[in-house]
Every structure is written in structure tokens, then in C-alpha cells.
Design a binder for this molecule. Structure first.
Ligand SMILES: C[S@@+](CC[C@H](N)C(=O)[O-])C[C@H]1O[C@@H](n2cnc3c(N)ncnc32)[C@H](O)[C@@H]1O
Length: 386
């Protein structure tokens, strides 16, 4: 596909999304109907769509509207790209710009457009992040760094970095976690690399890795909200731990056995019914469902679909998860709470509410990871009984 044809495809997908179709579904629908598109085309089209989602308000301002075409014009303008060669109407490229479209509007000056966030959440960002709020809002507008976790049960970080380099994948170490390598070149080759196929690496954000690295060594560890099992696998890479994984929706863990096999790890899955009988655990990690605001670079649609009502629901779920997890934690064990949210109401407020409901517990550790070039926004807190 030509660069222009890729833009036409992104416009089509954005228009499908305007009818209420989620981004992933719209992308899949387009790919199914466009067998001529190769993997590079699909990746480029996806990048266009996600770039728009990260900067939707700015794109609408600079493109003069909310249609797929206006949003694409706006986001390309924000990226400083010359539009005329792309919008030339040749082949499958979009039609040339009209006179109105060709006139770039003034740069925006209002905070909501510059921060690219919905109005309602801006005060929450300010209250949660203080002087860092603007930097985080800015950071959420660019693509996320791609990091891998080295499975140190099987390989050293240095050996993996070398093997990846030989496969054309350049990496650098990441200050957030000793097991993390950030990919600087060749990320699309990762999933076909020997290091990946042999289980020496897993794709995992560096802050996510740091959350697991902050857990104390323990014999029996439970990942209470395991999802795809990224954190359970990171726990299992630590020697001597028996790792259990649970999720209220077991379908989320469907890939976990294959991932564990690849990593040479053992993770025992526990159903919700089995959970109470399976404890106590020396460490229980609750990587709770949350707004995902710390990872909106990766899932930018969440920025625009998240609501105040959902936030309220989530805080109640987070409280319940913490309370149940406390009953599963051994007497001298550690209960760890984590979210990939930047919002106080999902983080510090939940920790404080847990301590207020459970005065026999005390907080022994807490850390916030900011959204930046190293990794996603995360929060974690550890609790122990007094
Ligand atoms: C943030 S995701 C977990 C991500 C995962 N730990 C990882 O590192 O890949 C949160 C998970 O919590 C699960 N969940 C939601 N409510 C839950 C509950 N009440 N108990 C246990 N898990 C729950 C969701 O199904 C979702 O998979």
C-alpha cells in the first residue's frame, strides 16, 4: 500500500469507530476486508489510528472536525507532515485538500486540547499529580516504549541483549528494573526471535516488572488478578516460589499455560471457588482492574471511553479485592496492591481506605511510577499485619 492508501484506510477505520465500533474491532474488520494489506501496512494503519486516539482533541482542532478525514489531517499536521503529497487523490490516496482544509488553524491554547484529555478528568489529574500533571498528560500523547522482561531463570540480561542484537533488535537497559530491556530498534521482529520463542523474554512494561520486583521473596505467591499472567510469570521467574494465578474471568488466563511452558515455569491456576481453600499465601498481589490511565499510551481509546461512573464502580471493586485478599494472606505475609492508574482515587485513597477498614494492618512500602520514557504509570503499596 502507498502511504496515501494507508491514510485512506485509517480514515475508513476512524469513520467506523465514529459509529461506536471499538478500535480493535474496527481494525480487525478492515484487515479482514483488505487481504492485500501486508503486515507492515497493517502496522502502519494501526499506528495512524492510535496516533489519532492519543491526540484526539488536538487532531480535531488542527483538522477542523471530528470525521476520520479531519482527524487524520489534524494528527498529520500535529506531526509536522506535509499533507499535499499524501492527499493527492492518486490510486487509493485520499482526495486533495479543499481550500478550507488546506488552511491550518491557529495552534490551540486551551488546556483540554493541549493535554488531550476529556474535560472531566483534568481536575483529577491535577489533584493526583500536582506539578507533574501536565508532563504526564503530555507523555500520554506519544507512543509507549516497548520493553521486554528477561526470564532470568533461563538467561542473563547481557546474553539476551546480545542474542536480540544478532537478530536485528537493539535494546538498552532500563533503570526501572534490572530484568527490563527497552527495545530501541527492530521491535516488529521480537515475536519471531529465538529469544521469544525459547521463552527467554516476555513483552512486559518495565514499571510492571518493577512492581513484581518490589515483592519480598516468598514460598507461596498468589497473583489474585492474573489476567494474561504477565505478573504471575515474572513471579515464577524468581527461584523457589510456588506461584498461583487467579482471575475472576478465567478466560483471561487462557494463554497462560502456553506462556508458562515457553518460559519453563510452573504457574498453578486457581478458580474463584478454590481460592479460599488454597490459602494462605505468603504474598498476595492484587493487580487490580483500574482506569488504565497509566497505560493510556498503549490503549488510548480508554482515555475517551472511561467515565466518572466507571471510576466509582472500580474503586468499589478495588476495595473488595483488597479485603478478600487480606483474608488469603498468611499471618506474617505481605499483601501487595497495584494499579496502572495515575489517579489518587484508585491508589493512595484505596490504600488509606483499606487501612481505615482494617486497623490491624499497616503499610510498609509504597511507590508511584510516572508515565515516562522508561515505562507506564503504576502505583503499588504493600501491607502487613501489625
Ligand atoms: C489489570 S488486569 C491484570 C493484568 C495482569 N496482572 C498482568 O500483569 O498481565 C486486572 C484483572 O483483574 C480481573 N478482575 C476484575 N475483577 C476481579 C475480581 N473481583 N477478582 C479477581 N480478578 C478480577 C480482570 O479480569 C483483569 O484480568
Amino acid at each position: 500500500m502507498t502511504p496515501g492508501a494507508r491514510i485512506s484506510a485509517a480514515i475508513e477505520i476512524l469513520n467506523t469507530m465514529a459509529d461506536g465500533v471499538p478500535a480493535e474491532q474496527a481494525l480487525t474488520r478492515w484487515a479482514r476486508g483488505s487481504r492485500y494489506a501486508g503486515s507492515k501496512d497493517r502496522a502502519a494503519v494501526r499506528d495512524h489510528v492510535f496516533d489519532v486516539l492519543r491526540q484526539r482533541r488536538l487532531a480535531a482542532h488542527l483538522g477542523g472536525g471530528d470525521t476520520g478525514r479531519a482527524l487524520m489531517i489534524g494528527v498529520l499536521r500535529a506531526q509536522g507532515i506535509d499533507l499535499a503529497p499524501l492527499f493527492n487523490g492518486q490510486g487509493h490516496a485520499p482526495l486533495p485538500l479543499s481550500d478550507a482544509e488546506a488552511t491550518a488553524p491557529n495552534a490551540p491554547s486551551d488546556m483540554a486540547t493541549l493535554w488531550n484529555l476529556p474535560d472531566w478528568i483534568i481536575p483529577l489529574f491535577q489533584a493526583s499529580l500536582g506539578a507533574d500533571a501536565e508532563a504526564v498528560a503530555q507523555a500520554l500523547q506519544s507512543r509507549a516504549p516497548i520493553s521486554v522482561r528477561v526470564n532470568t531463570a533461563q538467561a542473563t540480561v547481557a546474553d539476551v541483549a546480545e542474542a536480540l542484537a544478532e537478530a536485528g533488535i537493539e535494546t538498552r537497559t532500563n533503570d526501572l528494573c534490572t530484568t527490563a530491556l527497552t527495545v530501541t530498534e527492530g521491535e516488529r521482529k521480537l515475536r519471531n526471535s529465538d529469544s521469544y520463542l525459547h521463552g527467554d523474554i516476555e513483552l512486559q512494561d518495565a514499571a510492571s516488572q518493577a512492581v513484581v520486583a518490589s515483592l519480598p521473596d516468598a514460598e507461596r505467591m498468589l497473583d489474585y488478578c492474573a489476567g494474561g499472567g504477565g505478573k504471575a510469570l515474572a513471579m515464577a521467574a524468581r527461584r523457589d516460589a510456588t506461584v498461583f494465578a487467579h482471575d475472576i474471568d478465567p478466560r483471561r488466563m487462557v494463554d497462560l499455560p502456553a506462556r508458562a511452558d515457553r518460559a519453563g515455569a510452573t504457574v498453578r491456576q486457581v478458580t474463584t471457588d478454590e481460592l479460599d481453600g488454597a490459602g494462605p499465601f505468603d504474598v498476595v498481589l492484587c493487580d487490580a482492574p483500574c482506569s488504565g490511565s497509566g497505560s493510556w499510551r498503549r490503549s488510548p481509546e480508554g482515555k475517551w471511553t472511561f467515565t466518572a461512573g466507571r471510576l466509582e464502580e472500580l474503586t468499589q471493586i478495588q476495595d473488595k479485592i483488597l479485603d478478600h485478599s487480606a483474608t488469603l494472606t498468611a499471618k506474617s505475609g505481605t499483601l501487595a496492591y497495584a494499579t496502572c492508574s495515575v489517579l489518587h482515587s484508585e491508589n493512595e485513597d484505596r490504600a488509606a481506605a483499606f487501612l481505615a477498614r482494617n486497623p490491624d494492618w499497616t503499610q510498609v512500602f509504597t511507590k508511584r511510577f510516572q508515565v515516562d520514557a522508561h515505562g507506564d504509570g503504576f502505583f503499588t503499596a504493600h501491607f502487613k499485619r501489625r
